[in-house]
Each structure stands twice: as C-alpha cells, then as structure tokens.
Write a protein that binds this ligand. Structure first.
Ligand SMILES: [Zn+2]
Length: 559
C-alpha cells in the first residue's frame, strides 16, 4: 500500500471496482475462464445464463485456431445446454456442427441417432416439422423388421430404439402440418424436395399404421402428395403411391370429400397413363366406389361397379368366370386357411419345389424349408414359382431389391414361430397359409415389405395378374393382434381366381371369398353381382351375423 486510504469505505469501493474489472476481463477474454463459468452455471442448471459464457468460450477457442476434439466436445456440451434452456436454433446448429466433425464421425450409430433425435425434437418445438420428419423418417427406414414384427426384435436393440424415437414423436406431428396442403410447403431445389417427399411418405405411411397416427399421417402424406403432384404430376407412379396411402387416412379421419378427390385424381391419372380400358383401373374404381357407398351415393357407386365389369369383360371375356379346373380343387389352390378354416397338423403339400430353381431371389439359404414353395402347376407354362419370379421381376427396381423371405412352413415350424411370438402377430399353427405352401412373404432390401415401398404399390396393381392376392389386408380379423395388416404377405390363388377376387370379391374378406368361391363363380356366370348397398349373399353364407354387420368392410382400402 503506497499511500494511506482516506477511509475504509473508500478502500473497499476501490478494491471492489478493481476486482470487477479483472473479473470482466477474465470472462470476456479468456476462453478457459468463460468455459469454467459455463460449467458452473450448467451444473446448477442455470442454462439460460450459462450459454452466453459457453458461446463465448467456443468462439474464443475457434478464434485462436483451436478446432480440435477438445472444442468439438465443448460444442456438444454447449448444444446440450442450449437444448435445455438456451436458444433452440443455436442448439440445432451446434449439434449439426458436431455430427459433421471428426468427433461426430467417431460416434457409434446409436450415439449419432440420439443426437439426431434431439435435433428432431428441437425442430418440432420451433415449428420446423419438415426438418424433423426427414430425420425421424430415416429412423423408420433404418429400423428394419421392427416396423413389421416387433415381437421378433429385442426391445433394447438399435432397431427398436430407433422406432421408439419415431413413436415418441408421433404426438408432436399431430397438427404440425395441415391435413390438406394447397401450396407446396417443402423448400429447396427439385431433387431435394423430392427426397424430402420420399421421407414424409415413409414416415406418414408408418404413422398411418399405428393406432393414434392418422392425424400425424395426414399432414405428412398431404405435404408429400402436394410436392410429388407439383413436381412429378398426378400421373406419376410415386404421386399415385402417396395418394393411395393418404386417401384411406382421410377416410378414417372423416374427410370423405378429400378422400374422394384423391381417388378421383388417381383414377383419372391412371386412366391417362394406362388407357381407359385397362382392367388395372379396377383398383381405383373399387376404392372410389367404396367411398361413394359410405356416403350413401349408391347410384354412383353402382355405376362404377358396372363400369369396372365392362373393363373386365372387354379384357377377358366370359372365360374369366369359368369355374376353376378340377385340378385346382385337388391341389388346394383355392383352399381358405385361417382360424375359421384350419389345416390338419399332418397337412403337407404334395408338390414343394425349391424357389431357387426358378431364379427367385432368396433371403435365406436355398435349402432352408422356407425357401420352398408349391409348384402349383396350372398348365404347361404356368406355375406359381414362375408367376412369382415374373411378378418380382416386374416390381423390383434399382432402389428396391426384392427377395423371398418365407414360403412353405411346416406345422412344426409354424408352432415354433407362434411360441416365440408375443403379441398375436403370428398365425397359430394350422391357421397359416404358409403351411399350404401357397403364401410368400416378400422382403424389400432385406426387411419385410412395407406399404410405403414402391414395390408394394406395384404388387397392389399387378399381383392379381400373376395369381396373387393380399390376404392380410388392413383391418382383417385373421390375426389376434390389433395390427394385422401384412403388406409383405401374398397368397397364390391362381390368375383366374385372383381376377375374380379383384372384380367381385368382398374387399377385406379374402378367406371368406375363397370359402364361398363356387357361389361367386356361379353368380358371376349367371350375370348376378352384388349391387352397391345390397347384401353379398355369397359372403352371408360363410360369415357370422356379427361379422356381416361390418361387411363390406370399410378399412380395407389397401386390400
Ligand atoms: Zn406370411
């Protein structure tokens, strides 16, 4: 002390001032001190105050040319603080910086996914649902079989965790996007917008399968539909694909007029693309007719049915109603199999062949039991494996590799599968079409086919021509679980029966249709068809009264 202070209080003021200056200089100019301050405040959960110091520390380090792993770790901690109570936009930016840094590339897949999930949550919280959707859609895409068959997946596995992220975000997507989209909401160049539309279709299609997901699905699918329509046009297969996912969602949330509009647009687009006399239009006509029926517009519904039969008559003539060959009966090609129509445990099909011999791509080694299917010879040229190979060839693409995952399953194999399953998603032994050797489960890129795959849309449009029908359509009652829709499971019934099912079969009741097949064939031959709004007498013969009350079912748009 050089000279005596005038008073003690003056000395205190001077000291306090000096300390204040020193402290200010320290936290503003020294990265380490700023970081200590950040850490102290973060530790006491004062994130709002902490982030200023953290931002400063990181900025100072970067200024000094320090951008190694130590700084990347600080950025990660800082992102976390911003997420907890700082600026969400800044948190998103920092997380992206870290993911793109060497530190990010050293992370494991689960670590990266956990960060991406945080980015998605932040994006949703600040009204950027499209960004969030692209991240979450990637989780759904990477979750493999967890989407289709949760009971096969260990709940702690990476796949299950990814799907858990998607499920947890569902509520936040409800109302995040409008259910009908008039103007394009996605930004960027065309390629980027189409990529985002793909992601929204994938996520929307997944949510549409979940119990509470229809409102979230509507917004996501409507956004994708708008973009695909604007860029690709209404005729493009991708646009129609989104339309066929979106319209049933509209029906379920009582936007019937919007559903009608979508089906009409898809129908007219397909009419332009395929020609107005193509029986493939039947898919769209049936869906539209069902919407009219639900609205009580019986005359319009019936007019569509008549139009559809004209298409089939012009394409196939009267021979389409010819009863199945006697051979079909003896080989069980049209045999129904479900809980109501079980097979004996000793049933083994007589003509199993290795699918490998027909160049059908396989998911498992060729000698495995499930890699066999029936020959089911219809004539010299036509057999089930040959038709399946053709169908797969028609529907595979560069992006979507198709393969046979399961064909024939013996009673004992099915028993083992059933015993391992937990939530009723596996048919009980004796009630699976796989025991007939006439059902195939199809993989896309090594996991179960999904309704959001382009290949599924192709199967919906084409499979009947090759003799296959979808026998676990949306809302079916053949399995015990709430979600019994199996877009990957296709049943061979022969081209003639598949054609009749497409033309007159009761949507959503494929097994009952097979059980009552002689009735349908006879009536069709006599020119007797169920009129819109009237009871289906063939179906009434095989259904109980309680089931009949709901028929034709309203939830089977994808059947
Ligand atoms: Zn199956």
């Amino acid at each position: 002390m050089v000279r005596a202070p005038k008073s003690l209080s003056m000395m205190f003021v001077t000291a306090a001032f000096a300390y204040g200056v020193a402290f200010w200089a320290m936290v503003t100019l020294d990265a380490d001190s700023a970081w200590s301050r950040f850490e102290a405040l973060s530790a006491s959960e004062a994130y709002g105050r902490a982030v200023g110091h953290g931002d400063q520390a990181v900025a100072l380090s970067l200024q000094d040319g320090k951008d190694g792993e130590a700084v990347q770790k600080k950025q990660l901690a800082l992102a976390e603080a911003h997420r907890q109570g700082g600026v969400p936009e800044r948190a998103i930016e920092l997380y992206h910086t870290v993911l793109d840094s060497p530190l990010g590339s050293q992370m494991t897949e689960p670590e990266r996914a956990a960060i991406e999930n945080k980015i998605a949550g932040l994006s949703l919280s600040i009204g950027r649902p499209i960004e969030a959707a692209t991240l979450i859609a990637a989780f759904v895409d990477a979750s493999g079989d967890a989407v289709a068959r949760r009971e096969l997946i260990d709940k702690d596995s990476h796949e299950a965790v990814l799907l858990g992220y998607a499920d947890a975000a569902l509520n936040d997507f409800t109302d995040a996007l409008p259910p009908v989209v008039e103007r394009e909401l996605i930004q960027g160049d065309e390629a980027a917008r189409l990529r985002i539309a793909d992601a929204l279709t994938s996520l929307g299609g997944y949510y549409a399968r979940t119990a509470e997901g229809d409102y979230a699905a509507a917004g996501l699918l409507a956004t994708a539909y708008r973009t695909r329509t604007d860029i690709l046009g209404a005729d493009h297969a991708d646009t129609v694909h989104t339309a066929l996912l979106l319209a049933p969602v509209y029906e379920r949330i009582d936007r019937i007029t919007d559903a009608e509009q979508i089906y009409l647009t898809a129908f007219h687009a397909q009419e332009r693309a395929k020609g107005s006399n193509n029986p493939e239009l039947s898919l769209y006509i049936r869906l539209l007719s069902e919407v009219y029926r639900r609205q009580g517009r019986i005359t319009e519904a019936e007019a569509l049915n008549v139009h559809m039969r004209t298409l089939f008559r012009d394409a196939f003539g009267a021979r389409r109603y010819a009863p199945n060959q006697a051979r079909d009966r003896t080989t069980d090609i049209n045999r129904p199999v479900s809980r109501d129509f079980p097979l004996p445990s000793a049933y083994v099909p007589p003509d199993l062949v290795r699918a490998e011999l027909y160049s059908i791509p396989l998911s498992k080694p060729p000698a495995v039991e499930e890699m066999s299917i029936r020959a089911a010879l219809i004539d010299q040229q036509t057999s089930m494996p040959k038709l399946l190979a053709d169908l797969i060839g028609e529907c595979r693409s560069e992006q979507e590799r198709l393969s046979l995952r399961s064909g024939y399953r013996s009673f004992s194999t099915q028993s083992g599968l059933y015993a391992r399953s937990r939530n009723g998603q596996v048919a009980a032994p004796g009630t699976s079409e796989h025991q007939l050797g006439l059902a195939v489960d199809i993989d896309v890129n090594g996991r179960f086919m999904r309704s959001t795959d382009r290949a599924f849309q192709c199967f919906e449009a084409q499979a009947w021509r090759h003799g296959f029908i979808l026998t676990y359509p949306r809302g079916n009652r053949y399995l015990e679980s709430a979600d019994s829709f199996e877009p990957w499971h296709w049943r061979f019934v022969g081209p003639q029966t598949a054609l009749l099912y497409r033309e007159t079969g009761p949507l959503g009741f494929p097994q009952e249709f097979l059980a009552a097949l002689p009735c349908y064939e006879e009536r069709a031959l006599a020119g007797l068809f169920v009129r819109a709004g009237e009871q289906d007498v063939c179906l009434a013969n095989v259904l109980g009264d309680d089931q009949l009350a709901d028929a034709p079912a309203t939830e089977e748009q994808e059947g």
